[in-house]
Design a protein. Structure first.
Length: 562
């Protein structure tokens, strides 16, 4: 077949003759007026006819040249060589293409096959006369392979899933380097339920290679026979979670043919089920499912599996689960706060919850009432495995009314498991207060035995009226062991505590619990002072006074801290 050559004429008139629609007619009118003016000018001249003809011809020729300059005409030549090119055709051969809703009760795949047979002469003409190589693919499977996925009219429509996105991606990888692609035709029922790639996004990536055309078969109102649950995405929030802290497992589930179904979603850590919840899959695609649970108690990499059950009628049970991994770190701290409602408890809770490493639980014991079942569960120290227990302004009986064995279990957890225990002040704490009925009942309890202080003295030290209150003065041990080190170094920490203790800052204590540090085992980190002037710890590195903050390590290997 010889190459085809086309000749064409075009013009690009200069402004203002290029203005549509009056520019070109105006130019023609101006040209006619100039011709008429030229002829009229030489009409009465006393020259010979031959000379007049020559002069007029030259003037008209110059006028034509000027007009051509304004019109700016051009002649082009276009050759169309028969360069070999490729036409791609993808045919859906999944189970939904077997639905018989085409003309004369034909199956969709059968109707496509007969249509391609009727188009075969045209395809042969493209090959023989236009040198177009027609490549037909069978699309559908999620593991589509361009090299082996060629279309065969005899192949039955038996694929489990119409994965248009994977098909478009794999074929693009094969042909993206081809210079001469005529087009890409995709034939199917349009029911894309692929998971790895978005069909719309992959079709957009063909821009610049060739046009993608779609031909839809089947009736829109016909229900699909391919029913399937598919877990298609899984992530952990956060991906690095401290031990025993909350972690949210987020999954995306497709529910083709099962929209509105309620199923049991299960989460497994290292093949051990940790949580199961009923979830409703409202949509056919992209149902977002979130399940929150606790991270394991040991650090390391953990395999996470999300699973939904196999429902009757599913085409494949192989995609009902999905796996990923999360990293469990050891810096997480599981904290229990036991207190009454008060400003100190509120500030403590806000401070702890602002740090994601802390997994905080609360038990509020406002009075002497019996505990609720949820409080008893939170006070089950063996089951909960707290790293730190903080006890505020509550009496011992307020805990035992919620769970009778809690004080004994608390002492055992500190001495045997290396847990931390922090006791804060208040009228009901430590040795109690004489004018608060029932306070002071911590004496003689298992917890009193493991404290670094003797609480037998009891009582509160309260600031006198019109006095500035008590300073919080760090000791040498407090600054050395970081407990009172609030600056970048010891000197800055001293300066910051001096600033806190200024009378003008109104930050001094109005009272504190009295107790005595146990000799030989306890370390005093801060003492109280009722001096008017700020105690200069640079000059008095080891100040004296009633202890405010006292601690020690106790139990097996001295791992427990109180």
């Amino acid at each position: 077949m010889p190459d085809v050559t086309h000749y064409f004429f075009s013009s690009r008139p200069a402004y203002p003759w290029s203005e549509y629609p009056l520019g070109t007619p105006a130019l023609a009118l101006v040209g006619l007026l100039l011709v008429a003016l030229t002829l009229w000018t030489y009409r009465g001249q006393a020259v010979s006819r031959g000379r007049r003809l020559v002069i007029v011809s030259l003037r008209l020729a110059a006028l034509v040249v000027a007009l051509l300059t304004a019109v700016r005409p051009s002649v082009g030549v276009q050759e169309e060589p028969k360069v070999p090119s490729t036409l791609l055709i993808g045919v859906d051969l999944t189970k939904s293409m077997s639905v018989k809703d085409e003309f004369n009760n034909q199956g969709r795949a059968e109707a496509v096959r007969k249509t391609l047979e009727r188009c075969q002469p045209t395809l042969d003409e493209l090959r023989d006369q236009q040198q177009v190589n027609v490549v037909l693919y069978r699309l559908g499977p999620t593991d589509f392979n361009e090299a082996t996925g060629k279309y065969d009219p005899a192949t039955p429509p038996d694929g489990d899933r119409s994965d248009y996105g994977t098909y478009l991606s794999r074929v693009r990888e094969r042909w993206q380097g081809e210079r001469f692609l005529r087009g890409h035709l995709v034939i199917g029922d349009g029911a894309d339920n692929g998971t790895a790639f978005s069909a719309v996004a992959e079709a957009g990536r063909w821009k610049g290679l060739c046009p993608v055309g779609t031909f839809v078969v089947g009736q829109a109102g016909t229900p699909s026979e391919a029913r399937d649950l598919a877990a298609v995405a899984l992530s952990c929030d956060p991906a690095r979670v401290p031990i025993k802290n909350d972690v949210t497992i987020k999954a995306v589930v497709n529910a083709f043919g099962f929209a509105g179904a309620t199923v049991k979603a299960r989460v497994f850590f290292d093949d051990k089920e940790v949580v199961a919840e009923d979830v409703t899959l409202a949509n056919e695609k992209n149902n977002e499912v979130s399940v929150t649970t606790k991270a394991p108690a040991t650090p390391g990499e953990v395999k996470v599996r999300f699973e939904v059950p196999v429902l009757p009628g599913e085409v494949s049970p192989l995609n009902n689960s999905i796996e990923t991994y999360m990293t469990v770190t050891k810096e997480g701290v599981r904290v229990l706060v036991v207190d009454r409602l008060r400003w100190e408890e509120t500030r403590l809770r806000d401070a702890l919850r602002s740090e994601k490493r802390f997994d905080v639980y609360e038990v509020i014991r406002q009075g002497d009432e019996d505990g609720r079942p949820d409080e008893a569960a939170l006070l089950d120290l063996d089951a909960q495995g707290y790293d730190v227990v903080i006890i505020g302004n509550v009496a011992a009986r307020q805990l035992t009314r919620a769970r009778p064995d809690v004080l004994q279990k608390l002492a055992e957890r500190v001495t045997k498991k290396g847990a931390g225990l922090l006791l804060m002040g208040g009228e009901r704490a430590f040795g109690g207060t004489p004018d608060v009925p029932g306070s002071g009942d911590w004496r003689g309890t298992p917890v009193a035995d493991i404290l670094p202080v003797d609480i037998s003295a009891g009582g509160l030290a309260e600031a006198e009226k019109r006095r500035p209150g008590f300073q919080t003065v760090p000791t040498r041990d407090g600054l050395a062991r970081s407990l009172m080190r609030v600056g970048t170094d010891e000197a800055e920490s001293r300066a910051l505590w001096d600033d806190v203790n200024l009378r003008s800052n109104r930050s001094r204590l109005t009272g504190y619990n009295r107790f005595a540090a146990k000799a030989g085992t306890a370390t005093v980190y801060a003492v109280a002072s009722n001096a008017d002037q700020v105690v200069d710890t640079a000059k008095v590195p080891d100040p004296k006074g009633d202890p405010l903050l006292v601690g020690h390590q106790i139990g097996d290997g001295d791992r427990g801290r109180v």
